[in-house]
Design a protein around this ligand. Structure first.
Ligand SMILES: Nc1nc2c(c(=O)[nH]1)N[C@H]1C(S)=C(S)[C@@H](COP(=O)(O)OP(=O)(O)OC[C@H]3O[C@@H](n4cnc5c(=O)[nH]c(N)nc54)[C@H](O)[C@@H]3O)O[C@H]1N2
Ligand SMILES: Nc1nc2c(c(=O)[nH]1)N[C@H]1C(S)=C(S)[C@@H](COP(=O)(O)OP(=O)(O)OC[C@H]3O[C@@H](n4cnc5c(=O)[nH]c(N)nc54)[C@H](O)[C@@H]3O)O[C@H]1N2
Ligand code: SF4
Ligand SMILES: [Mo]
Length: 679
């Protein structure tokens, strides 16, 4: 037993398990065996004791009386959430016997695991589960809902998710938040930017919505959705035309700069202004600031990426720092994601070899509705953990129809009776991350952290690792890897000489220090993991893959004939749909609103505070209007993945398309169209 569990009172180090780049160090205050308060850990070098309100109020969620306490089986209609208590033994027996039947009749690919990063812990999110489903030979899931299009685009330019060390951005003199609502979604990058501002840095925000992040900028630049690559190309046009590029950096560390110089001639400021809605003089001003200020840093968010053209858009923005040689400057460059620095040995953790080279089918999670309704041979069983697709996935009406299928054997493992769980045949209670052992590596800062159990398991809940061990045992999988302890799994995953950044990081150092930084060294001089080893403006690989080899503006897909582009972004007090069922967080967030430009509102006879109907061919919502100038005409924005309370219509994903982005099978949440009218 670990020492924290032995002590009923005290303050214990921990790490935030949520899918958030900041991955804060936490201090859990425990009294009589229960967590009574959650603080930031002041010793954490990046997060420094500051945490968001969501997690400050997390104790209320941990002990919410709605939390699932024991396994249950359905006794009502699917979607009705009527269940009765059963034992774990019975639950495991029901699942495995049902799966054995399905495997005999339909083969193992009739079973689909469906998960995401509700808990970022590597063992629980992508460890024992992967081993189990690989061994089972189940259908595979392409986990594409978050960042896959942009990561792919970034990779064509830079080779991997390798960007600036955020701690160095305090040295930046120009910071651009590009399509990221960082005040809500990456608060410590904002804190670092504000430190830089005290030393003279200018903060620019480029967004389709003047939200809390836009409001803290020195200069807010509104842009039309899905046009960011045109703006980036317009900046390149001016940088080349006015001699603001860094010739020696281009020569030494990039390929294709001469092709790029010729290619961007077509993206003159007048053309770009017509596409983006950014005035010509602002394009000049932005390009000249970018071309003459050093070090400059771009924090690239999910906004430009959750579009039909998202991969190409991120690839294009990613070219900018190379043009002015920012990668050689402390605090210069860009971050889309930094996960490659802390890459562990995923093969040993996940054991894809257990598939024994069987070509099992791969299902894109963004196409869940289609997978459940149209796939042949059909998905007969789905096991959902760490995600809530009935709220967060695109085109949810289609998904809900699929989840309601009577012949679908659905198991959901979660801490709460989510909307997805209400359709399940079996619901299993999950531990919170504070009850588990796991390791965490941020996709923004450069620290790996450990979680050791601080509190006892809530009710009869079990961690993902524990449940997959039980399932493996019952299925008769006798490989020793299904009996490994968490400590053994962590040690194995981190023992990865292929990644020199992990030098000196192992289970023992993590237990001793709680957080350990990657063995960092500057990217340049050096060789990138691109085919040429350099930053690729011209990418032969893209050409082979059927894309334009140079950064290019590609318009959004015509999504039916509705008037407004619809941007349903997350909000401040929820994390995706997590906390949308916790009273404290709901009261902080108040209610869902739809932001509409005053010109559009006036034309449609809508006034601030009116309830409006938003609809398209996929679904409808009814929300309160916020009329003003926070969005451009033709654009409407909501914030938050609210759950559907009885009598409300506020599922924004009932309106979003399940089209697939240009790269990585990514989601296109922000490329849909809708109409709006006053009710
Ligand atoms: N509070 C809170 N924090 C979170 C989350 C949460 O739900 N709530 N979610 C977590 C997760 S999983 C992720 S992936 C990250 C995401 O965090 P972000 O990268 O900030 O992504 P979004 O929150 O989707 O916000 C994207 C921003 O892009 C804008 N935008 C939309 N379309 C465009 C466009 O075409 N161009 C431009 N320039 N801007 C556009 C939106 O208005 C919004 O301000 O945040 C994480 N942190
Ligand atoms: N309209 C719109 N939709 C979006 C987005 C958007 O910007 N706009 N953003 C998208 C993005 S970027 C993302 S990443 C997805 C995220 O969507 P999801 O991954 O579904 O995230 P959450 O809604 O937070 O749901 C996580 C669930 O995991 C559960 N959970 C937490 N820890 C554990 C655990 O240890 N074990 C188990 N079994 N369960 C656990 C939580 O209780 C919660 O119900 O949403 C996407 N959906
Ligand atoms: S959600 Fe993000 S900001 Fe909040 S505590 Fe967790 S890592 Fe920190
Ligand atoms: Mo995400």
């Amino acid at each position: 037993m670990n020492s924290y569990l032995n002590k009923p009172n005290g303050v214990f180090p921990s790490v935030c398990s949520l899918d958030c780049p900041d991955q804060c160090g936490l201090l859990l205050h425990k009294e009589q065996g229960k967590i009574v308060k959650i603080d930031g850990d002041p010793n954490h070098p990046v997060t420094k004791g500051n945490i968001c309100n969501k997690v400050r109020n997390m104790a209320a969620r941990l002990y919410d009386d709605q939390r699932l306490k024991y396994p249950m089986k359905r006794i009502g209609v699917k979607g009705e959430a009527k269940f009765e208590r059963i034992s774990w033994e019975e639950a495991i027996e029901i699942i495995t016997s049902r799966w054995e039947e399905l495997i005999r009749a339909n083969g193992p690919e009739s079973i689909l695991p469906y998960s995401f990063y509700g808990n970022m812990g590597r063992l629980n999110a992508e460890g024992m589960d992967r081993r189990f489903f690989h061994r089972l030979g189940a259908s595979q899931l392409a986990r594409t809902i978050c960042s896959s299009a942009g990561s792919e685009g970034y990779k064509y330019t830079m080779g991997a998710s390798l960007g600036t060390d955020p701690e160095e951005t305090i040295h930046s003199k120009l910071i651009i938040f590009w399509g990221i609502n960082a005040a809500s979604t990456n608060m410590h990058q904002v804190a670092l930017a504000q430190k830089a501002r005290k030393n003279g840095a200018v903060i620019i925000v480029i967004d389709v919505h003047k939200n809390q992040t836009g409001r803290l900028a020195d200069w807010f630049i509104p842009i039309l959705p899905g046009t960011d690559s045109a703006l980036a190309l317009g900046i390149m046009h001016i940088l080349f035309a006015e001699g603001l590029v860094n010739p020696s950096f281009l020569q030494e560390y990039t390929v294709g700069h001469e092709e790029l110089r010729k290619h961007v001639v077509q993206y003159d400021p007048v053309t770009v202004s017509g596409i983006t809605g950014v005035p010509v003089r602002d394009i000049y001003r932005l390009a000249r600031m970018y071309g003459t200020t050093s070090p400059s840093f771009i924090r690239i968010g999910n906004g430009p990426q959750h579009h039909d053209n998202g991969g190409m858009c991120i690839r294009t923005i990613t070219c900018l720092p190379a043009l002015t040689g920012q990668w050689l400057r402390k605090g210069g460059g860009a971050i889309k994601g930094n996960s490659s620095y802390l890459a562990h040995d995923a093969s040993r953790l996940q054991r894809p070899d257990l598939l024994k080279n069987k070509q099992t089918r791969v299902i894109n999670m963004n196409l869940l509705g289609k997978a459940l309704l149209e796939l042949d041979p059909p998905v007969k069983s789905m096991y959902v953990y760490g995600t809530n697709p009935a709220v967060v996935a695109p085109d949810v009406n289609k998904i809900r129809k699929g989840l309601a299928r009577n012949d679908l054997f659905l198991v959901v493992h979660d801490l709460f009776m989510t909307e997805t769980a209400s359709y399940a045949d079996l619901v299993l209670p999950a531990t919170s991350s504070f009850e588990n052992t796991d390791f965490y590596s941020s996709y923004w800062h450069h620290y790996i952290q450990i979680q050791q159990p601080v509190i006892e398991r809530y009710g009869e809940s079990k961690s993902n690792v524990e449940v997959f061990k039980l399932l493996a045992q019952k299925m008769g999988f006798d490989e020793p890897i299904f009996q490994q302890t968490e400590a053994e799994m962590i040690a194995q995953a981190l023992d990865f000489p292929m990644n020199p950044y992990l030098d000196g990081i192992n289970y023992e150092t993590l237990v001793e220090k709680q957080f350990v930084k990657a063995a960092m060294k500057p990217l340049f001089p050096g060789k990138l993991p691109t085919p040429s080893g350099k930053i690729e403006f011209y990418s032969k690989k893209m050409e082979e893959d059927g894309y334009p080899p140079l950064p290019t503006y590609i318009p959004l897909v015509e999504d039916e004939n509705f008037r407004y582009l619809f941007i349903p972004a997350p909000n401040h007090n929820f994390l995706n749909s997590t906390f949308s069922n916790n009273q404290k967080h709901i009261s902080l967030e108040k209610e869902p609103r739809v932001h509409i430009n005053i010109q559009d509102a006036t034309a449609a006879g809508i006034q601030d505070g009116d309830i409006v109907r938003i609809w398209n061919h996929r679904g409808e919502c009814k929300l309160k209007a916020s009329v003003g100038e926070n969005v451009l005409p033709g654009v409407i924005v909501t914030q938050g993945l609210w759950r559907e309370e009885p009598g409300t219509k506020q599922l924004v994903n009932s309106l979003t398309p399940d089209r697939i982005a240009d790269m990585g099978g990514g989601a296109t949440f922000f490329s849909g169209r809708v109409n709006v009218e006053k009710i």
